[in-house]
Design a protein around this ligand. Structure first.
Ligand code: SIN
Ligand code: MN
Length: 270
């Protein structure tokens, strides 16, 4: 799938755009079945909510699960990533955020690239994420909120939040390490407004590494599961500093350019 000039213009202007029906229902069901299986296996990249029992996220699934490893090569994701970054690409990060019914917690206002810059030494913001809906998402089950155009402010030097957990755990918790403060959010929303990322399962939303975003808790009876694939340009690989490296499930080590795989290979349930 090749992006249209309008989609590329929206990405540059707003910092995001929506790709409808990016995945078939069968492919989504296949991914969900794998995701349910993750709950039965311990892995250091599997993270819980503050209650210590509800799953919050599974990180680096493409490193150990064949279906997710195929997903990153599917043409409807890999080709736009190459187009948007104007380069060959590899996966810097992949996660499934499950935001479960009744207990899924919030994500405070933040930008993603500040984590990849400060923690992983990725030199520029030429990095893009695509969020794939594994459930129908509406206003009730904790959709992402974007501030259109907020990527244009560049990467904000947010101070470390005092209540954030130490180390990489803080980077994925409901008390995030680097947050955008209320006065700046207010100013950005006054200019750009708010966009709520809702839609049917199989929808994909592409967003820039500097786009300011957040999401509220899920108090509804419906899960809100999403996969987020972060592609980086091969010309933008991290400047390695071994003593500070985050685990591979957050900070990809395989910089080889990805080649596309036929989507039919993941389209049918196993
Ligand atoms: C994120 O900001 O990376 C994820 C937010 C969410 O899952 O709602
Ligand atoms: Mn984020």
């Amino acid at each position: 799938m090749t992006l249209t000039p309008d989609q590329i213009a929206a990405y540059e202007r707003d910092g995001f755009f929506v790709q409808h029906q990016a995945l078939s229902q069968a492919a989504v069901e296949n991914l969900l079945a794998c995701t349910l299986d993750f709950e039965t296996h311990a892995h250091p990249g599997h993270v819980l909510e503050k209650d210590g029992k509800t799953y919050r996220a599974f990180h680096g699934c493409h490193l150990y699960d064949e279906t997710y490893s195929e997903l990153i090569r599917a043409p409807q994701f890999l080709t736009p990533a190459q187009q948007l970054l104007r380069d060959d690409v590899y996966i810097h990060q992949l996660k499934v955020n499950v935001k479960q019914a009744f207990s899924g917690e919030m994500w405070p206002w933040h930008q993603d690239y500040v984590y990849w810059r400060n923690e992983d030494n990725i030199p520029t913001a030429n990095i893009v994420s695509v969020m794939i809906f594994l459930d129908d998402i509406d206003e009730f089950n904790g959709p992402l909120f974007f501030i259109p155009g907020s990527h244009s402010i560049g990467c904000v030097d947010a101070p470390k939040a005092e209540d954030a957990p130490e180390g990489w755990e803080g980077n994925v918790s409901a008390s995030l390490t680097y947050q955008i403060d209320a006065p700046l959010v207010t100013k950005l929303v006054a200019k750009g407004g708010l966009f709520s990322a809702t839609g049917k399962k199989g929808t994909a939303v592409w967003f820039h590494g500097n786009l300011v975003h957040a999401s509220p808790p899920n108090i509804s009876p419906n899960n809100r599961r999403i996969a987020i694939l972060t592609y980086n340009a091969v010309s933008n690989t991290p400047i390695i500093q071994p003593e500070t490296l985050r685990p591979e499930f957050l900070n990809g080590r395989d910089y080889r350019p990805l080649a596309t795989l036929d989507i039919e290979q993941i389209a049918l349930p196993a």
